[in-house]
Design a protein around this ligand. Structure first.
Ligand SMILES: Cc1ncc(COP(=O)(O)O)c(C=O)c1O
Length: 381
C-alpha cells in the first residue's frame, strides 16, 4: 500500500468508539438486535423520516428500495451516468432497464430535471437522484416531476449523510432514500447502509424483505417475543450487525460537527483554487443547500492532461480519484447508453477528486494545494 502523505479519505475512531464496539462483542449478541433498532431510531430522528431500516451496505439499501417497487422486465428507471456502479447495477438486478440522463452542466454535476423530463417514456417507473458529493442537486424539482408523472423518486444519498435541501434532509425528499456507511463515507462503519421512508407500509415490507421475508427475527425468538415464523414472501439477507450499529449511533452524534469541519476545509480549497489557471472547484453549492462535502472534486481545464496530473500528485504522496468515470462508457453499461450525455462526458473527462476528511491537518491541506498548483503549472507551461 503506498504511504500517502495525504490519503483521499481517512477514518479516525476514538478509544471510546473502539471500547463501545468491543463491549458489543463481549456481550455475545452480534446479529441484528437492540443496537440496530437504536441506530435506526436515532437515524430516523436525525433525518426526519418516519422509518429507517439499517442494512449491510448502501448497495443493499438501493437493492431493498428497488425491490419494493416490484419492477418488471422492460420497466425503466432514469438515473445519472455520473455515479457509482451500484446505482445502475441494482436497477439491472431488480429486473429493470437503467436509462441515463445528463447532468445539469459541468459546473452543476448533478442529474438535470430537464433532461430527466425528456427521458420519461411509457415504461418509466422511477427516477434515482444521486446527491453527488453530498449536494442535493435538483432533488426538490425531481420530486415535483415524479409526483406530476406518477413516478417514484428514490434518492441515492450515499454521499449525503448530514446534507439538507433547505429544511429537508436529503433522502426524505423522495419516497425512499438510500445511505451508505462504507469506510470512506461521512459516517464510516466499514460496511453498512440505511433505507429511509415516510411510507410505513413500505417500511413494514422492507423489514420483511431485509431478513428472508420472515415474520419474526432471531432476536425476537431469542428473547421470547416469538417462537416460530412464517415466510411471508421470498426475501434477502441484507441485515446490519450489532457492533456496526453501535458504532453508527456514536458516529451519528458527531456527524454535524464532522461535516462542519469538511465544509471549512472545502471553503479553504475554494479560496486556494478560486483564481487558479488550469483548475477550478467542481461546483458551488446552492445557497439553500447544506452540502455534506463527502468529496471535493475539481475540474481541470481541457488542456491539462489528467493522467499526468494524477501521476504527479501520486508521486508527491497525494492520493486522488475520479468521481466518476461515466457509467454509460463502461463495459457493463455501454449497451444501455442514452444518446448524448455531453455534460457528463465532458465532466467525466476532466474531473479529479482531491483529499478531504474531517481531521485533515492544515499541513496536509497545504500540501494538497501546493501540489495541485505545482502540477498545473508544470502541465500548462
Ligand atoms: C453514489 C453511490 N451509490 C451507491 C454506493 C454503494 O454504497 P456501498 O459501497 O455502501 O454499497 C456508493 C458507495 O460507494 C456510492 O458512492
Amino acid at each position: 500500500m503506498p504511504d500517502w502523505i495525504v490519503p483521499l479519505a481517512d477514518v479516525r475512531l476514538s478509544e471510546e468508539d473502539v471500547q463501545a464496539v468491543a463491549s458489543v462483542y463481549r456481550g455475545g449478541w452480534l446479529s441484528q438486535g437492540p443496537r440496530v433498532a437504536e441506530f435506526e431510531r436515532v437515524f430516523a430522528d436525525f433525518v426526519g423520516a418516519r422509518a429507517a431500516m439499517a442494512v449491510a451496505s448502501g448497495t443493499a439499501a438501493l437493492q431493498l428500495g428497488l425491490a419494493l417497487l416490484d419492477l418488471q422486465p422492460g420497466d425503466e428507471v432514469i438515473l445519472p451516468s455520473l455515479t457509482f456502479a451500484a446505482t445502475a447495477a441494482t436497477i439491472v438486478q431488480a429486473g429493470a432497464t437503467p436509462v441515463f440522463a445528463d447532468v445539469r452542466a459541468t459546473d452543476a454535476p448533478w442529474l438535470s430535471c430537464d433532461r430527466v423530463r425528456e427521458s420519461i417514456g411509457p415504461r418509466t417507473r422511477a427516477i434515482v437522484n444521486v446527491a453527488y458529493a453530498g449536494h442535493p442537486g435538483e432533488a426538490l424539482a425531481l420530486a415535483e416531476l415524479a409526483a406530476e408523472r406518477g413516478l417514484t423518486l428514490i434518492e441515492d444519498a450515499a454521499h449525503a449523510a448530514g446534507a439538507w435541501a433547505g429544511p429537508r434532509h436529503v433522502g426524505t425528499i423522495g419516497r425512499l432514500g438510500a445511505f451508505s456507511f462504507f469506510a470512506n463515507k461521512n459516517l464510516p462503519l466499514g460496511e453498512g447502509g440505511m433505507l429511509i421512508t415516510d411510507d410505513l407500509a413500505l417500511a413494514v415490507r422492507a423489514r420483511l424483505l431485509r431478513s428472508h421475508g420472515l415474520s419474526s427475527d432471531t432476536w425476537a425468538r431469542h428473547h421470547g417475543a416469538a417462537s416460530g415464523y412464517d415466510v411471508v414472501e421470498p426475501g434477502f439477507n441484507l441485515r446490519l450487525d450489532e457492533p456496526r450499529a453501535a458504532l453508527g449511533t456514536r458516529l451519528l452524534a458527531r456527524l454535524v460537527a464532522d461535516n462542519r469541519r469538511r465544509a471549512e476545509l472545502a471553503q479553504r480549497y475554494v479560496d486556494a483554487f478560486g483564481n487558479l489557471e488550469g483548475a477550478r472547484p467542481a461546483f458551488v453549492p446552492d445557497r439553500d443547500a447544506t452540502c455534506a462535502w463527502h468529496i471535493f472534486p475539481v475540474l481541470l481545464k481541457p488542456d491539462v492532461d489528467r493522467a499526468a496530473f494524477r501521476a504527479r500528485m501520486h508521486q508527491a504522496g497525494v492520493q486522488t480519484s475520479v468521481h466518476y468515470p461515466p457509467l454509460h462508457l463502461t463495459t457493463a453499461f455501454s449497451a444501455r447508453s442514452a444518446s448524448g450525455l455531453p455534460c457528463t462526458e465532458e465532466y467525466g473527462r476532466r474531473t479529479v477528486t482531491v483529499p478531504l476528511f474531517p481531521h485533515m491537518t492544515s499541513f496536509q491541506q497545504q500540501c494538497v494545494v501546493n501540489e495541485v498548483k505545482a502540477a498545473i503549472e508544470s502541465l500548462t507551461e
